[in-house]
Design a protein around this ligand. Structure first.
Ligand code: CTP
Length: 406
């Protein structure tokens, strides 16, 4: 699985750096190629000579060679890697990564990297629990970077608590599992919808909703990370995605979203409708700006196509269909009703009664209800991790559906 994989390891100044030679050795033994980039202060904790001996590669620390003046390209290394593991990451480097500060070779390489990024923080307990650290970790997660959570244990300060870098053997297993997963959806086509829709009232006004699109984009990203070819039908959102396996179709209205989804559905092995589609649209949008006149203004609204229900009718054996339900009351029964009515395989329920869940936030708390009636509940997590849970669940469910048919 790891044979020939290109692993870039970034080491920062933390006592846990002394464990990284073991990590390098594990990857080399598994047949991977390893390159190491370090910050200057990382060299106080582990020597470049140890790392270059184990990786059989020169170690990069400075942006250029001070003897012959030759330039070390951060872009080349970022592009070379199949995965970039930053371990240990100090609070200082974490803050730089979250804020785009590129003042050494390691942070410039991080900014230029196109491959999946994993980061394993290591710091003292109080530093780890500082709100700034939490905020920086959440920012990195919102960029699709993967957190390798620190463990609770004895820290270099003599304190005991959270902040101890995960052990090299576990980091190695996380990366191995990642490569295993990365081919899980290869050859499969995935359709995802995301974001709100805007229903025009006149050329300057619309009826919309608060959906940020973050959940749908995270679902598309996770599917692409697992090797799927993804069509992402997106309503108007502030975010963007840059992945070679994702093609984005930008739409505004519910009718445009319906058109794009219905066209792409035939090819899709898996479809996840996470968009917040308007249920009603303006019957006759005004061709020119509506001028202020009487005390009241009445708009006539007509129903839009229920895209998911249409896809449910078109669904062929072997196609997997998942929807979302955002509820404020009778959550379980409302979601189950949608699941059955729209012929879904599962529905992801988020309740606006859960703090940190639903629209606009970077986190979500979901329950997944299966067509067989069972329910799995998840904790509040960053949306990228919710997307991982959703794909893990979809894939094990679809496997059990095909096994039960066999
Ligand atoms: N959906 C859709 N087309 C619509 C409305 C909703 O495809 N016109 C999809 C959403 O993307 C979501 C699911 O249906 O996956 C449920 O959406 P939701 O708004 O929660 O439910 P509705 O069926 O619209 O019912 P209600 O608004 O009455 O709760």
């Amino acid at each position: 699985m790891l044979k020939g994989k290109k692993i870039l390891i970034g080491i920062t100044g933390s006592i846990a750096a002394y464990k990284i030679p073991l990590l390098v050795r594990l990857f080399i033994k598994a047949g991977a190629e390893v390159k190491v980039v370090m910050t200057g202060s990382a060299c106080d904790f582990v020597t470049p000579l140890t790392l270059s001996t184990l990786s059989q590669q020169p170690i990069l620390i400075e942006p250029y060679n001070k003897v012959d003046g030759s330039w070390h390209s951060h872009v080349d290394w970022g592009r070379w890697a199949d995965v970039f593991i930053l371990a240990p990451v100090s609070a200082n480097t974490l803050a730089k990564m979250a804020n785009g500060i590129a003042d050494n070779l390691l942070t410039t390489t991080y900014l230029a990297a196109k491959c999946p990024v994993f980061f394993a923080p290591a710091m003292d307990l109080d530093m780890f629990h500082h709100p700034t650290t939490k905020k920086n970790i959440n920012t990195l997660l919102s960029y699709g970077n993967h957190l390798i959570e620190p463990q609770t244990g004895e820290l270099a300060s003599g304190l005991c608590g959270e902040g101890r870098m995960e052990e090299p053997e576990v980091i190695f297993e996380v990366i191995r599992a990642f490569f295993l997963k990365s081919s899980e959806l290869s050859g499969k086509k995935v359709l995802v919808s995301a974001g709100p829709t805007y229903e025009a009232i006149d050329p300057v006004r619309f009826i919309g909703n608060h959906s940020s699109g973050k959940m749908g984009y995270a679902i598309a990203q996770e599917a692409a990370n697992r090797g799927a070819e993804v069509v992402l039908v997106s309503g108007p959102v502030e975010i963007s995605v840059n992945h070679p396996l994702i093609s984005v179709i930008k739409v505004k209205s519910a009718a445009q979203m319906a058109d794009a989804c219905l066209k792409s559905f035939g090819d899709a092995d898996f479809t996840v409708m996470s968009a917040a589609v308007a249920d009603y649209t303006v019957a006759e949008p005004a061709p020119r700006k509506i001028k202020k006149s009487g005390e009241r203004l009445t708009l006539e609204l007509v129903k839009t196509t229920d895209i998911l229900a249409e896809l449910g009718k078109m669904k062929k054996p072997g196609q997997y269909l998942a929807g979302f339900a955002l509820e404020t009351e009778n959550e379980g029964s409302n979601a189950t009703e949608k699941l059955n009515k729209k012929n879904l395989d599962l529905i992801v329920l988020n309740s606006l009664n859960d703090t940190g869940a639903g629209f606009g936030t970077s986190t979500n708390k979901v329950s997944i209800i299966f067509k067989e009636g069972n329910i799995v509940e998840f904790d509040l997590k960053p949306k990228s991790q919710v997307a991982t849970d959703i794909w893990d669940t979809i894939l094990s469910h679809s496997k059990s559906l095909s096994n039960s048919k066999a």
